[in-house]
Design a protein around this ligand. Structure first.
Ligand code: SI3
Length: 288
């Protein structure tokens, strides 16, 4: 399960419906052009929290059907409705997804016992492995080393997608749990995380910059840090432009400029203005 995983974006049509042809093209682009090691499906970048359960299932089905066993697949099943999370976990497991992931439950400021119960409840109901999805900036849920240790006591919890700029905590988790999988979640910090010996990374910008992410990760593993820093620099130039222009919409426009039918984002995410579409085309020409 090591390596570079794209946090897969999803193609939606003008009315917010899943565009199957476009989604298949995004999957193929990631496998054939970006050459990533796996796909993280229905995460933040897939607009998971803007979709109905039926739409999420459709995405899981289409992606698995397109991928077969070409690359590893992780299904993000986290939902505030715990019954839905269990149902999606069972659904993705039956489809053959290699592992599950679930965002920490958010919005109601759950205490740690509640967070732990959420993961254990999902795992009691499914025969699959779990990667904790920790993204404090969006969920407001921060966990310390002891709390990660408690979650890791469940043998089915095999790792964490660590999307936080806390390299002290990342190092402590790495040191304490050499056998758990740690995926870096911030693409702009990939090199720093790789130096701390993470097992891989999961990121949105890999949809358009996966090849460079693979280079950074491989160079860091070979301790070729100066070369890795050069690639991270170009990567961060691109990421800075993407973030300034509108994250997911710009990734979609960059893909469209390369002939991939990446569609639109679901409301309430807004459309890019014409100026910003032109910016994205310029990014595609410059970086891709
Ligand atoms: O679940 C997911 O789609 C992710 O893996 C999210 C990933 O951590 C991204 N975070 C968000 C909030 O989109 C990053 O890849 C992020 O977009 C990137 O580092 C740019 O800041």
């Amino acid at each position: 399960m090591n390596g570079i995983y794209t946090a897969l974006i999803c193609s939606f049509d003008e009315n917010g419906k899943v565009n199957e042809k476009g989604l298949r093209e995004i999957v193929r682009h990631n496998i054939d052009v970006q050459k990533v090691d796996g796909l993280y499906v229905n995460g933040s970048s897939g607009e998971n929290f803007l979709m109905s359960a039926d739409q999420k299932k459709k995405v899981f089905e289409i992606v698995k059907d397109e991928v077969k066993d070409e690359v590893k697949l992780i299904a993000q099943v986290g939902a505030l409705d715990i019954d839905e999370a269990v149902e999606l976990a069972q659904f993705a497991t039956d489809l053959g997804y290699d592992a599950l992931s679930a965002v920490t439950p958010f919005y109601y400021r759950f205490d740690f016992e509640e967070v732990k119960d959420y993961y254990n409840t999902i795992l009691e109901n499914v025969d699959n492995k779990m990667i904790i999805y920790s993204i404090p900036a969006l969920t407001g849920v921060s966990m310390n080393l002891e709390q990660f240790a408690e979650l890791f006591e469940n043998e089915k919890v095999i790792g964490v997608k660590f999307t936080a700029p806390d390299f002290f905590l990342l190092e402590r988790i790495r040191h304490a749990f050499p056998d758990k999988l740690i995926y870096s979640g911030f693409d702009e910090m990939l090199l720093s995380a790789a130096v701390l010996n993470v097992d891989g990374a999961i990121g949105s910008t890999f949809n358009v910059n996966g090849q460079r992410a693979k280079q950074i990760y491989a160079l860091a593993k070979e301790s070729r840090i100066d070369e890795a820093r050069e690639v991270q620099k170009v990567t961060n130039d691109l990421i800075a432009e993407i973030l300034a222009n509108g994250l997911y919409q710009t990734i979609k426009e960059i893909l469209k400029a390369q002939g991939v039918d990446a569609g639109y984002c679901r409301k309430p995410m807004k459309r890019l203005t014409e100026d910003k579409v032109e910016n994205a085309k310029a990014m595609a020409a410059k970086y891709c």
